[in-house]
Design a protein around this ligand. Structure first.
Ligand SMILES: *[C@@H]1O[C@H](CO)[C@@H](O)[C@H](O)[C@H]1NC(C)=O
Length: 282
């Protein structure tokens, strides 16, 4: 009788220990979202266990974006929230479950007047706690993007994007008095962004971006409409990765300003600890 209950207690303890180990693994791995291939499941089962096999067959969509150059810090933060909430939704959709948002670096904003400080290509981790942002959704800084790109395509190759969409408001936003979500191609005006002959692209003053396709769109609607856009222009044959850049992302509206997703994304934008330290000294 005694022996029996002792066994039970022991079994119970083993059971709970196993449960704890499992939970700690899940908690641990859910923060680490790296490129996991099928072979990684074999070699590093814990890091990759959260991916289902069919997810690994999906290509990785790298979603890059930029905001109208004349816009300042606060609007850029706001556009980030729209994009981050969208990405978190996108990652629940078949074909996009490995999507990542690539953060556009901060470069010489018009409001930054000091000329004695180098202000080109500042990454987000300069201002924000990137780890905290990654806990909300899968975002990477530009330098991480270059590292991943070079791992897939070799170093110093330049970045070849698959698609670029330059957004613009419709001329008449309330046709017949109603606002409907829609997008429509239009002929690209002459611009300095893109040289069709060389297919090279001016992106943040990086000299090594080019693109296969450059499409100009009238766009009106929320970030969710970007999902339709990605589906509409999805290439027939998907490669390992799809690189998409959205220019003038400030045209894209919030899905629901101030809802739970909005605040979660917003809360994740904590300032970098170095900045907090400096602020504390004042
Ligand atoms: C593109 O240029 C940037 C800045 O010069 C560099 O850091 C990056 O490694 C380059 N990437 C590729 C893929 O050539």
């Amino acid at each position: 009788m005694h022996l029996h209950s002792f066994k039970l207690v022991l079994l119970n303890q083993i059971y709970y220990s196993l449960l704890l180990v499992t939970i700690s693994q899940i908690v641990h791995t859910s923060h680490i979202r790296e490129i996991c291939e099928k072979r990684d499941i074999f070699f590093e089962p814990f890091r990759c266990q959260l991916y289902e096999l069919d997810v690994l067959d999906e290509s990785i969509t790298y979603l890059l974006y930029d905001v109208n150059p004349s816009e300042g810090f606060n609007l850029r933060r706001d556009v980030y929230i729209r994009m981050a909430v969208f990405l978190e939704f996108l990652r629940t959709q078949r074909g996009y479950r490995r999507a990542k948002l690539v953060l556009p670096p901060w470069s010489n904003l018009v409001h930054w007047r000091s000329h004695n400080i180098d202000q080109t290509h500042l990454f987000w981790n300069h201002f924000f706690d990137l780890k905290s942002m990654k806990r909300y959704t899968n975002v990477i800084d530009m330098d991480e993007f270059f590292t991943e790109y070079e791992r897939l395509h070799g170093p110093e190759t330049g970045v070849m994007l698959d698609e670029v969409y330059k957004l613009k408001h419709f001329e008449n936003m309330f046709e017949n008095g109603v606002f409907v979500d829609k997008f429509e191609e239009h002929v690209c005006p002459k611009s300095h962004d893109y040289d069709a002959g060389a297919s090279s692209l001016t992106y943040f003053g990086y000299g090594n971006f080019s693109t296969e396709e450059f499409t100009c769109l009238h766009f009106q609607g929320s970030a969710m409409l970007l999902h339709k856009l990605l589906e509409t222009y999805k290439p027939q044959r998907l490669h390992h990765a799809r690189y998409v850049l959205v220019l003038n992302a400030e045209i894209v509206l919030h899905d629901l300003w101030g809802n739970v997703d909005y605040w979660e994304a917003r809360r994740s934008m904590r300032f970098a600890s170095e900045l907090i330290e400096i602020a504390a000294r004042f």
